[in-house]
Design a protein around this ligand. Structure first.
Ligand SMILES: [Cu+2]
Length: 122
């Protein structure tokens, strides 16, 4: 019985470590991510890829949202704090241009905020 509990504990620890480990690559990718003036964002399976976009303040930013997910959840992208939103057609690419983004951090999400992305402008 004690052995079982110990095994369960070990399993739990392994799961927790695994969870942190798996959540790391995203973090690493974020840090190494280049500042872009144009990029393509894939909308699929409940995530934006990339989910974090780094851009330069005052430099026009062109984003091509390529929607693969047919679920209604994915149909709109909203940039919070920028007053920018767009409807995305399934299987198509929708281009959004931010002419003069101000420095700051902006979330971009679907209308229900299940898809989550972050635009970092510095
Ligand atoms: Cu949604």
């Amino acid at each position: 019985m004690t052995l079982l509990i110990n095994l369960a504990g070990l399993l739990l620890i392994a799961l927790i470590i695994g969870w942190f480990w798996l959540s790391q690559p995203g973090g690493r990718k974020t840090r190494s991510q280049q500042i872009v003036s144009e990029t393509t964002v894939i909308v699929d399976n409940g995530v934006y890829d990339p989910a974090v976009i780094h851009a330069r303040a005052g430099q026009p930013l062109t984003l091509h949202f390529q929607r693969k997910d047919p679920s209604p959840c994915a149909e709109q992208v909203v940039f919070h704090g920028l007053d920018v939103s767009a409807f995305l057609d399934t299987g198509k690419t929708t281009t959004i241009t931010l002419d003069n983004p101000a420095a700051g951090e902006y979330r971009f999400t679907c209308q229900m905020q299940m898809y989550q992305g972050r635009l970092v402008v510095d």
